[in-house]
Ligand binder design. Structure first.
Ligand code: GTP
Ligand code: MG
Length: 200
């Protein structure tokens, strides 16, 4: 119910940020969406907000290149992050992104939850595990969100959930509940809205 209320009001794009100095004032809490390139971060924000093109989604990995802030009415910022693990850009550019991501994930006092998105077809890869380790060392709570569930069958669904649970056993700081989603079909979207609306 709270989730429905929070997302009933229009969510707006505030700004895109390329350096820590550009972050908006830390005057409210925020949640962010992290994950490998193409995992479905921008699509998930669009599904949550019910707006098709609010966050730019694309089949081209590396679409989101800035830290994009979206405002909810009287609620947290929603933050769309550039994907990690995408090496098609010049080395110097990749290094700059990685540094910004790491600084943001470990040094933002108002960051209440990091949703780490995992493509249900791929499960947790080495690069995801590195991000989970980084988050272990930061003070922020993080939670795994499986994406693109519409792309796999029931058997593979069970398998990927088991793989994620196994990987999370090594990250005791992770929030234990895994959120299962399909931005395409709307699965899990209400659940995620309620989780976000419940944060303080
Ligand atoms: P970067 O910004 O490049 O890091 O990617 P991203 O994580 O923001 O991914 P994005 O939302 O742009 O989605 C990547 C591709 O996956 C797009 O072609 C989406 O349409 C597709 N996609 C995202 N979510 C889903 C889903 O739930 N189901 C299906 N079938 N496709 C999805
Ligand atoms: Mg994106």
């Amino acid at each position: 119910e709270r989730g429905r209320l929070l997302f009933a009001a229009p969510v707006e794009f505030l700004k895109g940020v390329v350096a820590m100095s550009g972050l908006p004032p830390a005057d409210r809490i925020e949640v962010c969406f992290a994950g490998r390139s193409n995992v479905g971060k921008s699509s998930l924000i669009n599904a949550l907000t019910g707006r098709k093109n609010l966050a730019r989604a694309s089949n081209t990995p590396g679409r989101t290149q800035e830290i994009n802030f979206f405002t909810t009415k009287d609620g947290p910022y929603l933050v769309d992050l550039p994907g990690y693990g995408f090496a098609q850009a010049p080395v110097a550019v990749v290094a700059k992104w990685q540094a910004l991501l790491k600084n943001y994930l470990s040094g933002r006092p108002t960051l209440r939850r990091v949703f780490v998105l995992i493509d249900s077809r791929h499960g947790i890869k080495k690069v995801d595990d590195e991000i989970l380790s980084l988050l272990d060392r930061s003070a922020v709570t993080f939670q795994v969100v499986l994406t693109k569930l519409d792309k796999i069958n029931a058997k593979d669904r069970t398998a990927v959930i088991e793989q994620v649970k196994g990987a999370l056993a090594k990250h005791p700081a992770a929030y234990p509940e895994i959120v299962i989603t399909s931005s395409e079909k709307g699965e899990g979207i209400e659940t995620l809205r309620a989780i976000i609306a419940g944060l303080e």
